[in-house]
Design a protein around this ligand. Structure first.
Ligand SMILES: [Cu+2]
Length: 456
């Protein structure tokens, strides 16, 4: 963890950035399935933070050191003591060595800071990068690879005129926290509004939404079809043809775009009406031998009858008398309250997110992968008044491009979103949280504990 100065655009002065390994995004960590790796995460940051800490937030009190860090690999199946628990932060001069077994299906995971109370600021400062797991099966699929497999880490920032990062604050100097941050500058792989020279052939793009709070609804300017071949946790059973894809903070997509026949064209990748980046298509240097296979990796749907328990979990926003957001809560329970979610190791559960708020919250569970069962509109006021769920819409299955293995799910506003989760891996304490980082830092995070099964 290190501070650097780096231009975010050719025409801007250099900005202060916090990094892993001297770049933001940090170096891509490439791992082989079942080949464990050790990573040292030394904290070499300065002693003062450069973004506005809110000392009224839990875990960011003024008697704590300003600069703290702890790395978490999002989507990795690791022992709890190597998962980057938010309270396991450490200060400049200290380090941690974590072991990642990589005993899981290939996927584009990502590492990022997870420090209690200042996570949104550390990530906004630049502390994240991709972590890609591969295996022989995936390589035999003949997907575009090497120079034709490219990460697209997409996020937004506000910038000062002098090129420095600008993080907004509330009107209350004692409580600078804001409920959401949306920047007008789109960055891809660390550059503002970049272009990429591509050949007229197929490419595989490993796309990550690394924004604090912005959802990306991505499409190509020429309205050409893209193919989703994977989700957060790996390959889909079969490619899904798409005109656009929606990615919430923390979500990933594995996309194939075919530029064949488009040499000479300039094609923007758009977020709704706005440009994020541009592809400049040139003639292909050689014949494209890669494929979009009809079949990818088979994944059995987990049957609802496999679940031993259903947990109704309400997502709540607390408003002030002035109608301003004060905090958001999972299950109406703050971070420091005793653990309430305690699945048994090896068991399967249904978690039912009852979103009473006007916002979509991307909910992420550490350690596990899961499948989305469905979403259904309900009446939030009746639920809040009497705890009663009255559905007002039909059961909606997940979209085809999110019907694989996931670790982050959009719990849409005023809907009940159900996921089915197998708690495989390790015993111990992990967290689940909203991946809108401003929400997470203001109580929208809870511990869960995987406990030993009881013998019948
Ligand atoms: Cu949220």
């Amino acid at each position: 963890m290190r501070q650097i100065e780096r231009k975010l655009h050719r025409d801007l002065p250099a900005a202060r950035i916090w990094t892993y390994g001297g770049s933001s995004p940090g170096p891509i960590i490439e791992a082989r399935r079942a080949h464990g790796i050790l990573i040292d995460w030394p904290n070499e940051l300065p002693l003062r933070h450069f973004l506005p800490i809110d000392h009224s937030l839990h875990g960011a009190e003024s008697d704590l050191p300003e600069v703290r860090g702890i790395a978490h690999v999002h989507g990795a199946k690791t022992r709890p003591e190597h998962d980057g628990y938010p309270e396991d932060w450490y200060v400049p001069g200290k380090s941690r060595t974590y072991f990642y077994p990589n005993q899981q299906e290939p996927a584009a995971l990502w590492y990022h800071d997870h420090t209690m109370g200042i996570n949104r600021l550390n990530i906004y400062a630049g502390m994240f990068g991709l972590y890609i797991i591969r295996d022989d099966f995936e390589e035999r699929l003949n997907l575009p690879k090497g120079a034709y497999e490219i990460p697209l880490v997409i996020y937004d920032r506000m910038l000062h005129q002098n090129g420095e990062l600008d993080y907004p604050v509330s009107n209350d100097p004692a409580k600078p926290w804001v409920p959401e941050v949306f920047g007008e500058v789109m960055l891809v792989n660390g550059k503002a509004f970049p272009y990429l020279d591509v050949e007229a052939r197929k490419y595989r793009f490993r796309v990550l939404n690394a924004a604090n709070g912005r959802f990306f609804h991505l499409s190509l300017e020429n309205e050409q079809t893209m193919y989703a071949i994977g989700t957060d946790q790996g390959l889909l059973p079969a490619p899904v043809a798409l005109q656009s894809i929606l990615l919430a903070p923390g979500e990933r997509a594995d996309l194939i775009i075919d530029f064949t026949g488009l040499a000479g064209r300039q094609i923007a990748l758009k977020n709704d009406a706005f440009f994020a980046m541009q592809f400049r298509v040139r003639d292909a240097k050689s014949r494209d031998m890669s494929a979009i296979p009809d079949a990818l990796r088979t994944a059995a749907r987990t049957s609802e009858s496999a679940a031993v328990k259903t947990r109704p979990l309400a997502l709540i926003e607390n408003m002030s008398m002035k109608g301003e957001s004060m905090s958001m809560l999972l299950n109406n329970t703050p971070w420091h309250a005793p653990v309430t979610e305690n699945p048994q190791l090896g068991s399967t559960e249904i978690w039912s997110f009852i979103n009473t708020t006007d916002d979509t919250h991307p909910i992420h569970l550490h350690l596990v992968r899961f499948q989305i069962l469905d979403r259904r509109r309900f009446e939030p006021f009746l639920y809040q008044a009497r705890g009663e769920i009255r559905y007002t819409g039909p059961v909606e299955p997940p979209r085809p491009e999110e019907a694989g293995w996931k670790d982050t799910v959009r719990a849409d506003a005023k809907m009940v979103t159900r996921i089915i989760v197998g708690f495989e891996g390790y015993l111990g304490r992990y967290v689940w949280h909203c991946h809108v980082l401003e929400h997470e830092d203001n109580e929208m995070m809870r511990p869960f504990e995987v406990i030993a099964g009881t013998k019948a």
